[in-house]
Every structure is written in structure tokens, then in C-alpha cells.
Design a protein. Structure first.
Length: 331
């Protein structure tokens, strides 16, 4: 059962939370009035998510979530606070590695949405920790349902990346890891609101900051699930760029792991070929031109040289299918 524990020393807040989630049959709701009580519950019960107030007597919310990171690493963590200062937000992210940050007084719809997204994320962690290779693809496809514009994207990225890995001459074990990384590179989008993922235009600065965190969130999911370091690194670094202009850390050149450099090429290539909410799919000519322009700064030049043949095969197949489609429409 999806068990969520809410922690607050104010009884009226806990009562309001009980009322807010009273109609949620898929969630088992527990409450605690202190950090100490919450720790006792987590040690005895399988808690999927802890949502804790920060300012409480005894153990603070940030201290509680930090302890939970070690005691129950698969448990999701959300911090609530009425004092939304920058230091609290930074501590929530850096010390307790909180998944999200909720400001009191909250908006009911936003609060429920954040909790449900965190529970989904916790479910992914649990599934990944016990599944075989075939199930990883299914989990990635389920995450893609949140963003209809990327349907099939993870499968294609896994295919292109593993083909490139074979050309590089990597071991079978590494190729399997790269296939996992291709499937799961965007799993952090489980934490991005649909309104941001499917926004039909250029995102504002706040929206871009949320998008830029998806690689961090995804890597944390993979870490909690106990996936190999190579897979975690592909998820974490697939938006880093060879010239150091990427995110989340601005790594440069071979500071970026080889596996992540491989997945980055496959990810961008497939993204250009498909429609997104903010643009139409690029033509084959545009894909070639953009990849050539980006290869000068964004991609490992050696890997890009090896990838060109793979890209040409895919684009030629695209052209063949487009020609068949035009004939069918004309006939």
C-alpha cells in the first residue's frame, strides 16, 4: 500500500491534511506530531513518502529528512515550511536531498499534485530495485506517458546508444548498462509537472529551472533503486555538453563519462526527429545540419564521427517511410 507519513507539530495542520486526502483510496495516510515519532513509524513501517514541516520542537524537518536519507533511502522526502527563505530551500536540497519544497499556506490542488508525483516516483524506485531488463523498458515507457510528445523516445535512444557503444567496442556488460541508461535517461521527468513538460512554447526561467533538475531527480531515483553507477551517471550527465555549457554541473570534455557522452548524442538526435510541444519535428536535412553544428561544441567529436553512419541509416529509413506515406495519400 502507498503509505505517506505527514509530520507536523500543529494538530490543526494534520487535521487539514487528513481532510484533503480523505478521498484518496490508493493512499494510506499516517501522521506524526514530531520528528522523533516519525522516525519510530518509519523504522516499523514501509513508508513510501514523508512530508514534514520544518520548524518543530526537537528534530527539525530538515534534520528528520536527512536522517531518513540514511535510515530509509527509498522513502521519498518533501519539506513543508511557512518560512521560505533561501537558506531553508538550499538546506532542503543539499542536506536532506528533499524531492520537493512546499510553502505554507499551500494551494490544495498543488499540494495533492506534488504528493502524488512523489508517490509515483517512489513507486518507480521500488519497481526498478526488483526488476529485470525487460521490465526496465516498460517502466520507462510508463514514465513517457506523462509526456505524449516523447512516446517511444526512450526505446529509440537505447537502440541508437547501444549501437554506438558496439561501434566504440565496449564490453557486453557496458552495452547492457548503456541500454538501461538509454531507457531511463529521462526518468527524472516523473518529478516534473505536466504543465511544464507539455508547455506549448518557450518556458520562463522558473520552468527551465524545474526542467534542469530532472537529471538530478532521475539520478537520485536510480541511486535509490541500487542501479549500477554507469546507469546513474548517464541519467545525471546526459545534458552535459562537451564544451562545458551543459547542466547540471557544466562538466567539460572527458569529465563527462563515456556512457553519458554516448547517450547525449542519441538523445539529441532522436529529439530533433520528433515533434515537441514547442516545435515541429525537424526534416532530415535540418537534423543533419543541426547535428553537424552541434558536433563542434556539444558532442565528443570521436563519438560523433562514429555516429554519423548510424544517423544516416535512420534518416534514410525516415525518407523511405515518408515517400511511401506520400504515395498512399496521393493514391
Amino acid at each position: 500500500m502507498r503509505t505517506v507519513l505527514f509530520v507536523d507539530d500543529d494538530a490543526s495542520v494534520l487535521q487539514a491534511i487528513r481532510q484533503l486526502f480523505s478521498d484518496d483510496a490508493a493512499m494510506r495516510l499516517l501522521v506524526a506530531s514530531s520528528g522523533e515519532e516519525a522516525l519510530e513509524i518509519v523504522r516499523k513501517d514501509d513508508v513510501w513518502l514523508v512530508v514534514s514541516d520544518n520548524h518543530m520542537p526537537g528534530i527539525s524537518g530538515i534534520e528528520l529528512l536527512e536522517l531518513l536519507r540514511h535510515i530509509s533511502p527509498k522513502t521519498g522526502r518533501i519539506l513543508m515550511t511557512a518560512h521560505a527563505d533561501l537558506k531553508t530551500a538550499i538546506d532542503a536540497i543539499n542536506i536532506s536531498e528533499a524531492f520537493r519544497f512546499i510553502i505554507k499556506p499551500w494551494d490544495n490542488d498543488d499540494f495533492k499534485s506534488i504528493v502524488h508525483e512523489a508517490v509515483e516516483r517512489s513507486e518507480v524506485v521500488r519497481e526498478l530495485a526488483h526488476c529485470e531488463i525487460g521490465a526496465v523498458s516498460s517502466i520507462a515507457q510508463a514514465i513517457e506517458l506523462k509526456d505524449p510528445y516523447t512516446r517511444g523516445h526512450c526505446d529509440r535512444v537505447a537502440e541508437y546508444a547501444s549501437t554506438l557503444a558496439m561501434k566504440v567496442g565496449l564490453s557486453n556488460e557496458n552495452i547492457i548498462h548503456i541500454k538501461y541508461g538509454g531507457w531511463l535517461h529521462d526518468c527524472g521527468k516523473i518529478g516534473v509537472p505536466k504543465s511544464v513538460l507539455n508547455f506549448p512554447g518557450r518556458l520562463d526561467e522558473a520552468g527551465m529551472k524545474i526542467i534542469h533538475r530532472h537529471s538530478l531527480w532521475g539520478a537520485e531515483v536510480a541511486r535509490q533503486a541500487g542501479l549500477p553507477a554507469e546507469v546513474v551517471n548517464m541519467i545525471l550527465y546526459h545534458h552535459e555538453k562537451y564544451d562545458g555549457s551543459g547542466y547540471p554541473y557544466g562538466l567539460k570534455g572527458e569529465e563527462i563519462t563515456l556512457e553519458a557522452r554516448i547517450v547525449a548524442i542519441a538523445d539529441v538526435f532522436d529529439s530533433l526527429r520528433t515533434r515537441r510541444p514547442y516545435r515541429a519535428a525537424c526534416t532530415s536535412r535540418q537534423v543533419r545540419e543541426i547535428m553537424r553544428e552541434m558536433s563542434e561544441a556539444f558532442f565528443d567529436p570521436h563519438l560523433m564521427g562514429l555516429f554519423r553512419d548510424i544517423a544516416e541509416e535512420v534518416l534514410e529509413e525516415d525518407a523511405r517511410r515518408a515517400a511511401i506515406h506520400r504515395r498512399e495519400l496521393a493514391g
